[in-house]
Design a protein around this ligand. Sequence first.
Ligand code: SAH
Length: 358
Amino acid sequence: MQKHLTGLSQAELSQFVGSLSEPSYRARQLFQGIHERRLPTFDEMTDLPKELRAKLTEHAVVSTLRLESRYLSTDGTRRYLFKTNDNLPVETVFIPEERRDTICFSSQSGCPLQCTFCLTAQLGLLRNLTAGEIVEQIIFALNDAYGVGVKTPRGTNLVGMGAGEPFLNFDELMKAIRILKEPGGLHIVPNRVTVSTAGIVPRIRELATTADRPHLAISLAAPNDELRNELMPINKKWPIDELMSACREFEKSLKRNERFTFEYVMLDGVNDSDEHARQLANLINRHQLHAKVNLIPHNPAEPLPYQPSSVERVESFRQILEAKGVHAFVRRPRGRDILAACGQLAARSTPLVAEART
Ligand code: SAH
């Protein structure tokens, strides 16, 4: 089988290059070719001798994801639908923003969690993505947005908020994050990355003791066990109080410049009452947490049985949180028209398709 080099650290690349009886400085050149210059094939790495390029092409690949469609939203958001080499869907979203653009990547093909408000749940888990497949999504999105190898204008932020539960693919996720920051590569430090989890408690505790980590976001969606069990069945395994005590531990481990946030999807008439807001503020305060809350209006999609809360409802909810000392912000949905917004990734096709560039 051909080795996928995008998922290798520089040290692992050195080993691989050694196995081909090549000197180790070739590993540095290769790493730069893949990550810093973002070249999708060995043939474009013209600083390598021709024979070596031929040898590499025989034993290894740089990219494995095949772009199937590229959707362009009226708000400028782009959604890429790829297929893996075993033909499974992977989606990545590029979100242009005034200050700094954001790339949202997926950690799994499909998702095993059965959150009732999320379209990805309908795919079920297809499989975990490899570190190489995670890094490749980011390389592709950068090349599409700025041009192959072109330096990003203001740097980019990454969010692990695409399809899948990142903390059920923890090792590959963390490996990808380490590769992103290696010198001579993409230069994306963990401080530019935010990973969101539905609440895999042991991994939150593990992250609390990990150095060089991304920012953390936790998806709540409900302020009590009864409602959360219904909306996010993972809550039956790790109920709210357990989740909150892991959050407390994580918060205590925060260093300067690190952020920890909650996300709360606002479902019309389901979890958005003033009483829910009071419960949520009390929950956060009872556990002595200082994390802010991002309120995400539900992104509707057939056949999900929900509608977004009204602007007034969201504002009232936000004000109750603030009055109780919990900072809350309302997130603006992006890319809804191409099913690229939170919870809408399910490998569907939509009308706003831009010509696929390969
Ligand atoms: N599995 C991880 C990563 C996905 S992040 C997690 O649950 O955190 C996706 C974010 O979008 C989560 O906060 C999730 O609660 C939210 N979300 C899911 N479906 C949504 C929808 N239809 N509308 C708005 N937000 C949604």
